[in-house]
Design a protein around this ligand. Structure first.
Ligand SMILES: [Zn+2]
Length: 362
């Protein structure tokens, strides 16, 4: 069965395309069916660049069993698909079980890249969560893990210690060598940083800065120059600022970090740094449109916030980010142009995933 669609991208000319099976094809093949999409705008899918498919709440960071993770995976993956989120970068889990999502039916989950267990030294993250790896062992650990099929390695760059405040988890030289080893194995490295560890993470060559409220202006430029990415997780920052309260040391750090983002997000857009939307348990699975709106609130243009939540994520991981013959038949339609109003991303009018209609507004 071949179905014809009209594609109006947020920018550029409107065109016709068809899909057959799970792939887009030229529109001149024999057509069985047409869905009238001529009034809508199309994106190749929404993308969440910092999700944790194994977890259902941020409390799960204090301990979650393999059994619970295994049950969460298909449920959370499907919640994304139902919202039009067709690409997920899973930025880490308690164990490498998160990688098993890649064995699930592709029609019932988004396209996924995943980091497996989160790497940190003892005391450098909630105890018992992820892989505890001391600095002397980091390079060797990454060497043995980086070529797992998930495509990512997630390292915690800094973490607060009682009475001492945030400290870097690994020396710069160690981090630099670990990143080189990961790259040699074909994996990308994501670094969690909520404090000054951001500068070392950038200097070490990591691909993606997660959170990064204390990135400096020169970090932003350096990351842009070498084609890195930044996933600010603004909704997550706001959640923790509220949870901790403005009177606490931690709360003050989050609030100052959010103020830094108000300056750094426009700078990132200006210098062409790839900013990506990530939810990180701040909102229910699938609600990445909320992060798109927060990125807009904190200084990105509507267009940059929409690209951060869709096309730029696809491009960053080297996947097709247009709706064209030969690509998988993934497309999400919206009633307004997302480059003019990013809030429209929260209300898809039609979602097609691998050639199957997932949601269609009547
Ligand atoms: Zn996270």
């Amino acid at each position: 069965m071949t179905t014809l669609l009209t594609i109006r991208p947020p920018r550029g000319d409107t065109y016709r395309i068809a899909y057959s099976g799970s792939e887009f094809v030229e529109p001149d093949t024999s057509i069985d069916n047409e869905i009238d999409t001529s009034e809508w705008w199309a994106l190749p899918g929404l993308a969440d660049a910092h999700a944790h498919l194994t977890m259902s709440s941020s409390d799960d960071i204090h301990g979650i069993s393999e059994e619970a993770m295994g049950m969460n995976l298909p449920v959370n993956a499907w919640a994304h698909v139902e919202s039009g989120v067709l690409l997920i970068l899973d930025k880490g889990a308690n164990t490498d079980l998160s990688l098993s999502i890649l064995d699930h039916d592709a029609g019932l989950r988004p396209s996924v890249e995943a980091a497996g267990g989160i790497i940190h030294p003892d005391g450098g993250y909630p105890r018992g969560f992820g892989h505890e790896v001391e600095p002397d062992d980091l390079v060797e650990f990454v060497r043995t893990r980086a070529d797992t099929r998930g495509g990512w390695v997630k390292i915690v760059a800094d973490w607060p210690r009682k009475g001492l405040g945030p400290l870097n988890n690994y020396p710069l030289e160690t981090l630099t060598e670990a990143v080189a080893v990961a790259h040699a194995a074909g994996a990308r490295v994501a670094a969690h940083t909520m404090a000054d560890g951001a500068s070392d993470a950038v200097a070490a060559g990591v691909d993606s800065i997660e959170h990064g409220p204390y990135l400096t202006k020169s970090d932003i430029r350096a990351l842009a120059d070498r084609g890195g990415s930044w996933v600010p997780t603004v909704a997550n920052m706001l959640k923790f600022a509220t949870l901790l309260g403005a009177e606490s040391t931690g709360g003050r750090m989050f609030l100052q970090g959010l103020e830094n983002m108000r300056e750094n997000l426009p700078l990132a857009e200006e210098v062409g740094l790839t900013v990506l939307a990530g939810t990180d348990m701040a909102v229910p699975h699938g609600d990445v449109a909320i992060e798109a709106m927060r990125l807009r609130d904190y200084g990105l243009s509507h267009r940059a916030a929409a690209e951060a939540t869709s096309t730029n994520a696809y491009a960053y991981v080297g996947r097709p980010n247009s709706i064209a013959p030969g690509n998988v038949a993934d497309v999400v339609f919206f009633e307004e142009n997302p480059f003019e109003n990013v809030a429209t991303l929260a209300h898809p009018a039609l979602i097609i995933h691998l050639g199957k209609v997932i949601l269609q507004e009547s």
